[in-house]
Design a protein around this ligand. Structure first.
Ligand SMILES: Cc1ncc(COP(=O)(O)O)c(C=O)c1O
Length: 425
């Protein structure tokens, strides 16, 4: 008899397509940029075709992990083919990210994020980058870090570890649910600051609700009190345009494998300047870790890692730039607004801010007495619709640009069916 896990595995496997060759990855052309002006639906349909996600699957959860589209996969496959020949020019050249500065991958990403190459370290995911911050930031026992009650485990736990091991104090403020405007969040942070607060660490986009926090204002508030600001931007790259130097924060972490659809195994740590770098110890150390002239590059000396991963990252940036972050952001927001509005019409309690400035491409609603895990399993195993939420009744609905209104309508109609089936109508 199948247990639940293997049953889920087999149901998902039923919709997996046949293996695809590197050559076949280029067989689906990217849409011409001007197609958007002529026929926006056709434009987004052509982009949907860049993803290997089968046509009958609706993916409303790129918030956990994204799917790399054809141009990214092609770059990765080609990257392996090139690098595995081991024919690098110099006798000391090897295809290993983890030694050296690899500016040809750091610079495009830094520029994509509104930063300079020397401020950016590419790491392997946001969890790793968050640990660099929590583990490495210079603090004495009794010094406080202020976090929200909506941090992801990989944002909160490294601080909890530091508290248990070294006696720094973790102080939490409660996020309003939902926040009606930026001031409400800023007031909560301001009220929670104490004379011992050394660093504020909060998400740019909450993993719990998708609320986009007013990071520029939080950074300014922190700076005005001599406190370091650090943001976990796991969901930001590829969902919304980000200009790190304009935000004015000291530290910023994130993932590229979620909304930017880059290779799994890509994350980053941004450090504003030498002053901040001097206050952040390396967590992983190898040669060069203590050379301040290397700037952010010294945090990416992490030992042998995979160069084709970075090649995929460059392709993901090219794709996003080709579409345009403004266009991607607007599309994600309008789909999220649509699904959110429809859920509210169905009586859902909104955990999404009414303030457009605090919204992105994630809508979150609470739908008691529906049990989200029951709904989530039913949608995926029976209908190939993937959502995620939190127990008991929260749904987090992520709307990347490749979704269509028809995909969302399919989810909505299934949601109605589920409620009828359970007698909850
Ligand atoms: C806010 C936040 N931070 C960190 C992470 C962990 O990201 P990664 O998988 O890149 O380590 C997540 C994952 O969902 C997240 O939502």
């Amino acid at each position: 008899m199948l247990d639940r896990r293997s049953f889920l595995g087999s149901a998902a496997a039923a919709s997996v397509r046949a293996p695809i060759s590197a050559q076949a990855l280029t067989s689906v052309p990217l849409p011409a940029t001007d197609l958007h002006g002529r026929d926006a639906d056709a434009y987004w349909r052509a982009l949907r075709a860049q993803f290997l996600i089968p046509a009958d699957v609706v993916n409303l959860n790129v918030g956990t992990v994204g799917s790399s589209p054809r141009p990214v996969l092609k770059a990765i496959f080609d990257g392996f083919e090139q690098t595995e020949q081991m024919t690098q020019t110099g006798s000391e050249d090897y295809p290993i990210w983890g030694y050296g500065s690899w500016d040809q991958y750091r610079r495009p990403f830094a520029e994509f994020m509104g930063a300079r190459v020397e401020q950016m370290a590419i790491l392997r995911n946001c969890t790793e980058a968050n640990s660099y911050v929590a583990n490495g930031f210079d603090m004495k026992p009794g010094d406080e870090v202020l976090i929200s009650d909506e941090e992801h485990g990989s944002g909160e736990m490294p601080w909890m570890l530091r508290q248990r091991r070294y006696g720094v104090a973790v102080r939490k403020f409660a996020m309003p649910r939902p926040p009606k405007d930026a001031a409400e969040i800023l007031n909560r942070i301001n009220d929670a600051i104490t004379p011992r607060t050394r660093i504020i660490f909060v998400s740019h986009i909450s993993t719990t609700t998708g609320v986009v926090l007013p990071v520029k204002e939080i950074a300014a508030l922190a700076r005005s009190k001599g406190i370091v600001s650090a943001f976990d931007g796991a969901h930001a790259p590829g969902m919304i345009g980000v200009d790190l130097n304009d935000i004015g924060c000291d530290l910023y972490t994130g993932s590229m494998h979620k909304w930017l659809f880059a290779t799994k195994g890509t994350g980053f740590l941004y450090l504003r300047d030498r002053g901040v770098m001097d206050r952040v110890w390396n967590t992983i150390a190898t040669g060069g870790y203590d050379d301040p002239t290397r700037m952010a590059d010294r945090y990416m000396q992490i030992g042998s890692s995979c160069i084709p991963t970075l090649m995929g990252l460059n392709a993901a940036i090219d794709l996003a730039n080709g579409i345009g972050m403004d266009r991607i952001e607007a599309r994600g927001r309008s789909l999220a607004d649509y699904i959110h509005g429809e859920m509210v019409k169905r009586g859902a309690e909104s955990w999404t801010s009414p303030d457009p400035a605090l919204r992105g491409a994630i809508a979150t609603v609470n739908i008691p007495p529906v049990q989200r895990m029951e709904l989530q399993d039913w949608l995926w195993t029976n209908h190939k619709v993937r959502i995620r939420g939190g127990n008991p009744s929260k749904l987090r609905l992520a709307t990347p640009y490749f979704l269509s209104k028809a995909d969302i309508d399919r989810f909505l109609s299934l949601f109605d069916t589920f409620r009828k089936m359970k007698g909850l109508d």
